[in-house]
Design a protein around this ligand. Sequence first.
Ligand code: G3P
Length: 217
Amino acid sequence: MKFFVDTADVDAIKELNDLGMVDGVTTNPSIIAKSGRNILEVTKEICDIVDGPVSAEVVATEADAMIAEGRKLAEIADNITVKVPLTWDGLKACKVLSSEGTMVNVTLCFSANQALLAAKAGATFISPFIGRLDDINLDGMDLIEDIRTIYDNYGFETQILAASIRSTNHMSDCAKIGADVATAPPAVIKAMANHVLTSKGLDAFLADIKKADIKIV
Ligand code: G3P
């Protein structure tokens, strides 16, 4: 499973990228607003750090305007992925931009039927939002499973980019189901390293190291 990092925090991206944990980056208007930076500038900086796809989202809602914005975003770098919402206009924009060779991430997906439409419209990525389904007492992971089945049934090449990930369990569940990509905030990716028995085991080793005065260098 590829890891995308869901942030515009350049320092966090650099740290994870240096460790080989970043296969791409996703942003959205809320993330850009939180960064307090100009969307074109911060996106360019991220594209210079990361080799993989970097999603930048349009802000228009009408197809022609989304296409114009998508073309402008695509000029930033070769690894730009234009993110469009899963609306009828977003699907139109997806079709045009994909036909021009631009990678498109169709976002705000909450149903298997929406994912089917995005694949038909040539999306490179579909972004089902797990956490926001969980928030309303539905099971976000069921959606990932349904989309995996449908895409595999028909050989769609659109990649399932599991989004709105809130926990480390979401990450392992996505990997078990076979999501192509999971995008998560840096804190979730870092938390994957934690285990209570690792901490406990290390504490015991450290106590023994101190007692025996073990030194290596
Ligand atoms: O990639 C989409 C993601 O940023 C949404 O996450 O936590 O706002 O639902 P969240």
